[in-house]
Each structure stands twice: as C-alpha cells, then as structure tokens.
Design a protein around this ligand. Structure first.
Ligand SMILES: [Mn+2]
Length: 309
C-alpha cells in the first residue's frame, strides 16, 4: 500500500496536501491511503468542520514492511512518525530549505521554495490534468492562505498566488472565510494555551543541543499576550524544561496586523536571538513585518554554529 503522510501533528498545509495527493493517486490507479500522526492543528479542525470532509486516518503502531511512503510538506526525518523507515519513502514534497534529506535515499524529491507545499501539489496535479474535488480544493486554498498569511508574508511567491487563483475557480467560499479560519486558531485561553503551543512546537538538535522555536499565529496577538502574560511564561518555562531545551524561542504572529512578538525566557537564548536578528538584547521584541519560523531557523542556526567554534 502507498501511505501518504506528513509530519507529526500536521498543520493545514500537510493535511491539504495529503488529501489532494491521495485523491490524485487513487484516481490515477495507485491505491493510496492518507494517514496522520499526532493531533492536527486548530485550522485543520476548522476546515474539517467547514467541509465535513476528512479522508485521513489517524495512525499508530507498526506499518507493514511492504508499505511505501510519500511525505508531504516535510523532508525532515526527525519530524515524521518514528515507525517510517526513511528508505521506504519513495517520494517527498517540501517547500523549506532542508538539510537531512539524504536519509531518504529512494525518494523522488520535489523541494522548491514557495510559500506553501499545497502550491507544489496544485502545480503537479494541473501538470497531469487532474482536477481536485471541491472539498480538496478548499483544503488546498486554505493551506496556501494560511502559510502565506493571506499572501502577506515574505515567503509568498507568484506561484502561490497563481495556484490560489486557480483553486478559487473550483470553489465558492463566503467572503469572510479567511477571517473565520484565522479566528478559529485564535481561541486561546488559559485552559488550552499549553496544548496550542505544544502542538506546533519545532525542536531541532544543533551540535548536540536541543533548540526550539514555538510559534503561534493568531489575530489580536498583543492583547492576547498581555491578557495571558503569566500563563504564557508558565507554559514556555514548562515546555523548555519538559522537552529539555537549551535554547528556546517563542514567536507570536499577528495574522491581520502583520507583525511578530518574539519572546525568550533565559539570557542565553536572548543573546542568540539578538545576534541572529541584529536587535537589542531584550526578552521581548516586536517586529515591523512578519517573520515566519522557517525564516527564523536558519538565522538562529547560523549563530549557534558560530558560537560553538
Ligand atoms: Mn507547509
């Protein structure tokens, strides 16, 4: 069986790509199944509820030794379900500058720096003259809008806009759809704060040290941070400890106003961030425009590698 999957706790981009690519494989005579691992993001839950369509199964345990895997929206062997043997991955798509892809020795790789992996999937399907189902198109459109922060962040390319415009010809969404989707992931409270941050945490090992960038993307970022200041600090300290993180960074993105608030909770991390971004050394920093986590990582990594020498 061909298993189509993404990284642990997939976001809307990973899930949209899985759904659309699995549809395409099945339509072209390759029996395939989409599975996820962990818990999908709040945005995924919103689109699932909006469409009433979710042809993706939660997986746990072992796979069959005959299974072959297609990875979408990831090319990171550390981010996928641990029971997937890297040599059984036959194809992968990602849109980030990555790094450890040589482990996937048998995979056909499509890694191109566009705003959303969904854009790569749309282009592949259009190239094969295959039209996604309307529900799959809603997922793909949502993924592009989400990853590009409604075409506002600097990872957005003309290819993302083209793909989104094409998808709009397949579907009919209400005018307030994007706002509703963004609102859906902004329902942050003292009760779900830990879960929301943990769900989208990114951890890498750099020169033997665990480094993490936690990110949330919401509307009304500053009022939310102010309202839940104490709880935020509590959750960040807890995660740093629980996950045994040496350098820990938190990045909040305001989806509608288009800025970040970056937080650190220890002096070492504060120093690294200050050097990475050329900003004053302080625990809290607000940016003028959106800085995505995938843009933050290479800057942090460069400082840490220099630091070690
Ligand atoms: Mn993505």
């Amino acid at each position: 069986m061909t298993i189509v999957t993404s990284y642990d706790c997939p976001d809307i981009d990973g899930v949209a790509c899985m759904i659309a690519y699995t549809e395409f494989l099945n339509a072209s005579g390759t029996p395939a199944k989409a599975v996820y691992y962990g818990d999908p993001s709040l945005e995924v839950k919103f689109v699932k509820q909006y469409t009433g369509y979710f042809p993706v199964e939660k997986h746990s345990g072992e796979y069959d030794s005959n299974d072959r895997f297609i990875l979408l929206d990831t090319a990171d062997p550390d981010a996928i379900e641990p029971t997937i043997p890297p040599e059984h991955v036959i194809e992968l798509f990602d849109h980030r500058e990555l790094v450890f892809t040589e482990q996937f020795v048998n995979a056909k790789k499509t890694i191109e720096l566009v705003g959303s992996c969904a854009t790569l999937i749309v282009e592949r399907l259009r190239g094969r003259q295959v039209t996604s189902s309307p529900n799959a198109a809603v997922y793909l459109y949502s993924a592009i809008v989400s990853n590009t922060v409604n075409f506002k962040n600097s990872v957005t390319t003309a290819r993302d806009k083209d793909a989104a415009n094409y998808l709009k010809t397949l579907i009919d969404l209400p005018d307030d759809y994007v706002e509703r989707m963004f609102e859906s992931k902004s329902n942050i409270s003292a009760e779900n704060l830990y879960e929301v941050i943990f769900q989208d945490i990114s951890i890498k090992t750099i020169d033997g040290k665990r480094v993490s960038v936690a990110q949330i993307e919401i509307i009304d970022l500053e009022p939310t941070l102010n309202r839940l200041k104490e709880q935020f600090m509590g959750v960040l300290n807890r995660l740093k400890k629980e996950e045994n993180i040496k350098y820990f960074f938190f990045s909040g993105i305001d989806l509608l106003k288009g800025y970040n608030v970056l937080l650190t909770i220890d002096e070492q991390s504060e120093k690294v961030l200050s050097e990475a971004l050329g900003i004053p050394q302080q625990a809290e920093h607000k940016t003028d425009s959106i800085l995505m986590r995938k843009q933050l990582w290479p800057k942090i990594e460069a400082v840490l590698r220099k630091l070690d020498k």
